[in-house]
Write a protein that binds this ligand. Structure first.
Ligand code: BTN
Length: 255
């Protein structure tokens, strides 16, 4: 892990003991960091961690990694691929620090192990004139035991500790993730769409032809996971052999 001993030299690092939400912190303090991007804001705990679709992200100290990357991209990049690139990066970083394989990507960017969620990613983009201010936040369950998860999460979530039995320090994972994440962002900026989609397809192969339910707001649709479109969209197969493409929403795996 030598090559990842430090944060990348180009990255501004902001470490906070406590914070509402690292994504919100970056959005509110955008002007303070202008000219300093890219930046990582990492907190030991969050008091108002946010998940996707208005959910909360439980973020107790010492139990997980709670970090957000803030960076600028040109408007010309395919932003639909950013959540996939982030998911791929987390999987590679988890593989690097744990030595284990078998993490899966559930479109667009949930990381699963044995069907349980170990990481969630929240992407907030603010489109400006010629550029986009991107905030990509990751919450990774590291040191929780099953009993530490509240109620309904106990069955649906997992952690690196549950998987390997070991306890993990947070900062080394932050460093590894920073290197890997920005190497995928570079690919995104250079038009490496095919590589990103190819890797996302490989990591979500375990879901191929499985029954899923797609949720977006009030819309709920059951179908079959047919893979990821070349532009990052979800391919949902219908009962009559038809295929639909969705760009925003959540996938639930049916038992
Ligand atoms: C999800 O799966 O619903 C996304 C969870 C994202 C949680 C991370 S923790 C760091 C960053 N700050 C937040 O408030 N949320 C993200």
């Amino acid at each position: 892990m030598k090559k990842y001993n430090e944060y990348p030299g180009f990255l501004k690092v902001e470490k906070l003991a406590t914070c509402g939400s690292t994504n919100d912190y970056l959005r509110k303090n955008y002007h303070q960091y202008e000219g300093d991007f890219p930046v990582i804001v990492t907190a030991s705990r969050q008091s108002a961690g946010r998940g996707r679709s208005g959910r909360t992200w439980d973020s107790p100290a010492g139990m997980g990694l709670y970090s957000s990357f803030g960076f600028i991209l040109p408007v010309s990049v395919r932003l639909n691929l950013l959540p996939l690139a982030a998911g791929i990066s987390v999987i590679e970083a988890l593989e690097e620090i744990s030595g284990i394989r078998g993490f899966g990507l559930k479109w667009p960017n949930d990381i699963l192990y044995d069907g349980r969620k170990i990481c969630g990613i929240l992407v907030d983009n603010m489109v400006q004139k010629e550029s986009v201010f991107c905030i990509t936040g990751a919450g990774i369950n590291l040191n929780r035991q099953r009993v530490d998860f509240p109620g309904e999460l106990r069955e649906r979530a997992t952690s690196l500790k549950i998987i390997t039995g070991k306890t993990y320090e947070i900062e080394p994972l932050n460093k590894v993730l920073s290197h890997i994440f920005f190497s995928w962002i570079k690919k995104l900026e250079r038009g490496g769409d095919k590589e990103i989609v190819g890797e996302a397809r490989r990591l979500s192969e375990f879901l191929k032809d499985k029954s899923i339910t797609f949720h977006r707001g009030d819309r709920i649709e059951t179908g079959v996971f047919k893979g990821i479109n070349h532009d990052g969209g979800l391919l949902l197969g219908g009962h009559e052999g038809d295929k639909k493409i969705y760009y925003n929403g959540e996938v639930e795996i049916n038992e």
